[in-house]
Design a protein around this ligand. Structure first.
Ligand SMILES: NC(=O)c1ccc[n+]([C@@H]2O[C@H](COP(=O)([O-])OP(=O)(O)OC[C@H]3O[C@@H](n4cnc5c(N)ncnc54)[C@H](O)[C@@H]3O)[C@@H](O)[C@H]2O)c1
Ligand SMILES: [Zn+2]
Length: 359
C-alpha cells in the first residue's frame, strides 16, 4: 500500500513512516516543516532529501494534489500541536489543523482516495471521567482560579461537592474541548466524518494519549510535558511539576502509536463505506505526572523533580483512556512498558529546533 503521511517529518509522523516501511508499505511525506516544530534552519536541508519527502503545506491544494499521486490511503498527522503562546495563535491553529484538513479531504475526494487515518487526541474529552459516590458518573466543569490558587486541584462533584474518583474515558464519552487546539482536533474529526459520508470513504481517528519517546521536540510553547521534563534534565535542571503532581495521564510510547497507525491503515480500506470511528490510543496504564517526572529523573540520574504548585488555567486534572476498543477491534497491543519507555526516553535525543529529520 502507498500511504501519504502528512506531517511525516514530525515526531510521530516520522515514526509512522518507519513503521509503515518495515511492514512493507510505501510512505510519501508531505510536511511544511513549520518553524514552530522544526526551527528556522531546516528548509534547505530537508529539500535535499529524496522523492519520498515533499515540502509543502496541507493548505495548498496544488501541493496536496501532487502528494496524492498514486496513493491508496492517507495518514493525516500534520497539525500545529500544544497549547501555543496565547490566543493570538488561534488563526494559525485553525488554519493548519482545520482548513488544512478540509483542503486535504477535498483533494482526496477529487483523487478518489477513500481511506483516511487521522491523528486524533484525548484533548477532545476535556476533563476526564469521574464518579461521585452519590451521583454516579459526573462531568465537572473547568476548575476555578481561586481553587487552583488555594491548592485545591481535585475537581468536585458539580451536584454535591463531594470528592470524586477518576475513571477511564471510553470513546462514547461526550466531547468537551477546552482550548483552541482541542477545538481544532475535534473539528478535524467532524470534517473527516462528513467527508466519509459524502464520498463513501472510510475514516478512523486514533485519539492519542500523551505520546513520548525519541525524537520528541525540545520544549517550546508547543511541546508536551514529557518534553519539558526531559529538556530540563538535559540542562541539568530539576523537572518542575505543576499542581501537586497528582494529575493522572496515560503516557504512550511513540513506537506503539506508530504501530497503531499501521494496523489502522491496513484495516481502514475494508471498513464499511461512509463510516467514521474513533479509537482511544493509550497504554491502558495510567500514571501521575509526578510519577512520570520521578521515573524520568531517576533514569537520567537526577536532579529529582520539584513540585511547584503552579498551574495553568485550562489544564485538565485527570484524563485517562480506555483503549480496549483498539485492542479488541484492530488487534493492536502496546509493547513498550512505562519503566522501560521512560528509561529509553531519558537517554534518547530530543529533536533540536533547526535540525532536519531523516525520513
Ligand atoms: N504528541 C502528542 O502527545 C500528541 C497527542 C495527541 C495528538 N497528537 C497529534 O499527532 C499529530 C502529530 O503530532 P507530533 O507530536 O508529531 O507533532 P510535530 O510538531 O512533531 O509534527 C507535526 C508535523 O506537522 C507539520 N505540519 C504542521 N502544520 C502543517 C501544515 N499546515 N502543512 C504541512 N505540514 C504541517 C509540522 O511541520 C510537523 O512536522 C498531530 O496531529 C497532533 O495533533 C499528538
Ligand atoms: Zn455528587
Amino acid at each position: 500500500m502507498r500511504v501519504l503521511v502528512t506531517g511525516g517529518a514530525g515526531f510521530i509522523g516520522s515514526e509512522i513512516v518507519r513503521s509503515l516501511t518495515s511492514a512493507g508499505h510505501e510512505a510519501v511525506v508531505l510536511d511544511a516543516l513549520l518553524p514552530s516544530a522544526h526551527g528556522h534552519a531546516v528548509h534547505r536541508a530537508a529539500g535535499d532529501t529524496d522523492g519520498r519527502m515533499l515540502v509543502g503545506d496541507v493548505r495548498d491544494r496544488a501541493a496536496v494534489d501532487r502528494a496524492l499521486h498514486g496513493v491508496d490511503a492517507v495518514c493525516h498527522q500534520a497539525a500545529m500541536v500544544g497549547l501555543g503562546k496565547d490566543f493570538a495563535d488561534a488563526p494559525e491553529y485553525v488554519g493548519c489543523n482545520d482548513l488544512g484538513t478540509a483542503v486535504l479531504l477535498a483533494a482526496m475526494a477529487g483523487a478518489g482516495v477513500r481511506s483516511l487515518v487521522l491523528a486524533g487526541s484525548m484533548v477532545v474529552y476535556g476533563e476526564g471521567r469521574y464518579s461521585c459516590p452519590r451521583h454516579g458518573t459526573v462531568r465537572p466543569g473547568p476548575r476555578d482560579r481561586s481553587d487552583l490558587s488555594a491548592g485545591r486541584f481535585e475537581p468536585r462533584c458539580p451536584d454535591c461537592g463531594a470528592a470524586l474518583a477518576p475513571g477511564l474515558v471510553a470513546e462514547d464519552a461526550p466531547t468537551d474541548p477546552r482550548n483552541v487546539y482541542a477545538a481544532t482536533k475535534l473539528a478535524q474529526e467532524h470534517l473527516a466524518s462528513s467527508w466519509a459520508r459524502a464520498t463513501g470513504g472510510s475514516a478512523v481517528s486514533l485519539r492519542y494519549h500523551n505520546v513520548y519517546g525519541p525524537g520528541m521536540p525540545r520544549d517550546t510553547p508547543y511541546a508536551g510535558v514529557a518534553s519539558f521534563f526531559r529538556s530540563a534534565l538535559a540542562r541539568g535542571e530539576a523537572p518542575r511539576v505543576f499542581e501537586d503532581g497528582g494529575q493522572r495521564r496515560d503516557f504512550i510510547h511513540v513506537r506503539d502509536v506508530a504501530a497503531a497507525n499501521t494496523v489502522a491503515l491496513e484495516a481502514v480500506g475494508s471498513r464499511a463505506p461512509g463510516g467514521f470511528a474513533a479509537y482511544n490510543t493509550g497504554s491502558g496504564e495510567p500514571h501521575t505526572i509526578g510519577e512520570m517526572a520521578g521515573a524520568l529523573a531517576a533514569a537520567h540520574g537526577g536532579p529529582a523533580p520539584v513540585v511547584t504548585g503552579e498551574f495553568r488555567l485550562g489544564d485538565v486534572r485527570h484524563v485517562t483512556a480506555d483503549s480496549r476498543r483498539l485492542r479488541e477491534e484492530l488487534g493492536w497491543r502496546p509493547e513498550v512498558g512505562f519503566a522501560e519507555g521512560m528509561a529509553d526516553f531519558a537517554a534518547a535525543p530530543l529533536r533540536e529546533a533547526g535540525a532536519a529529520l531523516p525520513v
